[in-house]
Design a protein around this ligand. Structure first.
Ligand SMILES: Cc1cc2nc3c(=O)[nH]c(=O)nc-3n(C[C@H](O)[C@H](O)[C@H](O)COP(=O)(O)O)c2cc1C
Length: 392
C-alpha cells in the first residue's frame, strides 16, 4: 500500500503556520523517486515527477515502466503529464491514481518538439482545450485527488489572470506559475509583480516558480507575492538541501545519495547517478577536481572518488525519509488496451512504440536521448552546468 496525502490539507497547513509549501519542480530526467526522497530529507514538502507523455503512458508498458517508479512512502507526489487531448490525460490520470496524490498538466514546456505536437506552452494559446482536459480529470476521479496546471506568465497580465481565474472555475486544486514568459530564457529574471497579481486574483493556492537558488530567495518570493508555495528546479538540482537553508550541497547529502543508489543499483542508471552528482558538486569541487570527476564513467570510480576526496565522518546524517520498497505498479488492461492499438509513432517527435527509431530497451530511456539529440534542451537544462560537463 502506498502512503497518501491530501494536497489541499498540505497547503492549508502551511497557511495556518503563516508559511508556504516548499516544492521540488518537475524535471525531465531528474526528479525521479531517488531524488524526490533525497530532497524530502532536506525540507522539501511536495515533489513532482518529471513530465511524462500521457499518450505513451497509456499505450506502452515500457513507457510506464521507464517513466514512472515509486516507493511505498513516495508522497506527497504529483505526477506531471504532457497531454494534448482529454482522453489521454484522463486515462493516464486514472492509471496513476493509486500511486500519486495528484496529477499536473504541463502548459509550460517551451521546447520545439513539444510545441510541434501540441504539448506544453502550445496549450497556452488554446485555453478551452486546457479547460476540457482539467474538467475531464476532475469529473472522473475522487475529489480528494489533486488536479493542477503549471503555466508560465503571458506577455499580457490580464490574459494570465483570466486564464488562472478560468482554471479556478474548472476546479483546479492549485496552480503553478513560472514567472517567465514562454519566450524568456532560463537566466532571465522573473516577473514578481505578475506573480503577486495572480496570487491576489484567485482563491486556490498558487505556487510561484523561477530563479530560486536559496531558502532566502524562496522566503523573499513568498513575502513579495503572498503565494502558497515556492517551487525550485535548477537551484535544487545544484543543491538538494536548498530548502533546509544550506547554501551549497552538504556532504551528508552526497553520502545519502550514495546510500540510496546502493539500496538498489538496478533502479538507477549510472548516467542519472553521475549527472546528479555533477550538479550537486558544482559549488563543492574545484575546477581541477571537476575536470576529473565529470569524466568518471563507472559507479565504482565515482564512489571511490567521493570516498577519497569528499568523505568526512561528520557527513553521516540521521535521515528521516528512507528509500522504501519499490512498488510493483499494476495498470488495468481495461484502460491500457483501449490505447495500445494507437501508434502515431513514426510521425511523432518522441515515440515509444516498436516501430520507433528509438530503441526503447535502453535502460536509461531513449525518450531522453531525443531531448539531447535535438539540442533543444537548453530551456530545461542549466546550460552552464552542461557546458562544463561537456568540456570537463
Ligand atoms: C533539468 C530541467 C528539467 C525540467 N523539466 C521540466 C518538466 O519535466 N516539466 C516542467 O513543467 N518543467 C520542467 N522544467 C522547468 C522547471 O520546472 C521550472 O519551471 C524552471 O526551470 C524555472 O525554475 P528555476 O528557475 O528554479 O529553474 C525543467 C527544468 C530543468 C532545469
Amino acid at each position: 500500500m502506498k502512503l497518501k496525502k491530501n494536497i489541499v490539507e498540505l497547503f492549508d497547513e502551511a497557511k495556518t503556520n503563516n508559511s508556504y509549501v516548499k516544492i521540488c519542480a518537475p524535471m525531465v530526467r531528474y526528479s525521479k523517486v531517488q531524488f524526490r526522497t533525497l530532497v524530502k530529507n532536506y525540507g522539501t514538502e511536495l515533489t513532482f515527477t518529471p513530465m511524462i507523455l500521457a499518450d505513451s503512458f497509456c499505450q506502452n508498458s515500457k513507457a510506464r515502466t521507464n517513466e514512472f517508479s515509486t516507493t511505498t512512502s513516495d508522497s506527497p507526489l504529483i505526477v506531471q503529464f504532457a497531454a494534448n487531448n482529454a482522453l489521454d490525460f484522463a486515462d493516464a490520470s486514472k492509471l496513476i491514481y493509486p500511486y500519486a496524490d495528484g496529477v499536473d498538466l504541463n502548459c509550460g514546456c517551451p521546447q520545439k518538439w513539444a510545441m510541434k505536437d501540441g504539448y506544453g506552452c502550445a496549450l497556452l494559446s488554446k485555453p478551452n482545450l486546457i479547460f476540457n482536459l482539467v474538467r475531464e480529470v476532475k469529473n472522473s476521479l475522487s475529489p480528494n485527488f489533486s488536479i493542477s496546471v503549471k503555466i508560465r506568465v503571458l506577455d499580457d497580465l490580464k490574459k494570465t489572470i483570466n486564464l488562472c481565474q478560468q482554471l479556478e472555475k474548472c476546479g483546479v486544486t492549485f496552480l503553478t506559475v513560472h514567472g517567465r514568459t514562454p519566450q524568456q530564457k532560463t537566466g532571465d529574471s522573473i516577473n514578481v509583480a505578475a506573480l503577486e497579481e495572480v496570487c491576489k486574483s484567485v482563491q486556490v493556492p498558487v505556487v510561484a516558480n523561477g530563479g530560486i537558488k536559496t531558502l532566502q530567495d524562496a522566503d523573499t518570493l513568498y513575502n513579495a507575492t503572498k503565494c502558497n508555495g515556492v517551487m525550485a528546479a535548477s537551484g535544487i538540482l545544484t543543491n538538494p538541501a536548498l530548502f533546509s537553508g544550506a547554501n551549497r550541497t552538504p556532504l551528508s547529502c552526497v553520502k545519502l545519495w550514495q546510500t540510496f543508489k546502493n539500496k538498489d543499483k538496478q533502479k538507477i542508471t549510472f548516467q542519472c547517478y553521475h549527472h546528479h552528482l555533477v550538479f550537486m558538486l558544482e559549488k563543492v569541487l574545484t575546477k581541477q577536481q571537476k575536470l576529473v570527476f565529470n569524466h568518471l564513467s563507472t559507479f565504482e570510480d565515482v564512489d571511490e572518488y567521493i570516498n577519497k576526496y569528499l568523505y568526512e565522518p561528520e557527513s553521516d546524517f540521521n535521515y528521516a525519509y528512507d528509500l522504501d520498497d519499490f512498488l510493483v505498479c499494476d495498470f488495468p488492461d481495461e484502460i491500457t488496451l483501449k490505447h495500445s492499438h494507437k501508434c502515431r509513432g513514426c510521425s511523432k517527435s518522441v515515440c515509444y512504440c516498436t516501430c520507433s527509431k528509438y530503441d526503447y530497451d535502453a535502460t536509461d530511456g531513449s525518450f531522453f536521448t531525443s531531448y539531447i539529440e535535438t539540442k533543444d534542451s537548453s530551456d530545461y537544462m542549466d546550460s552552464n552546468i552542461f557546458n562544463e560537463y561537456d568540456s570537463g
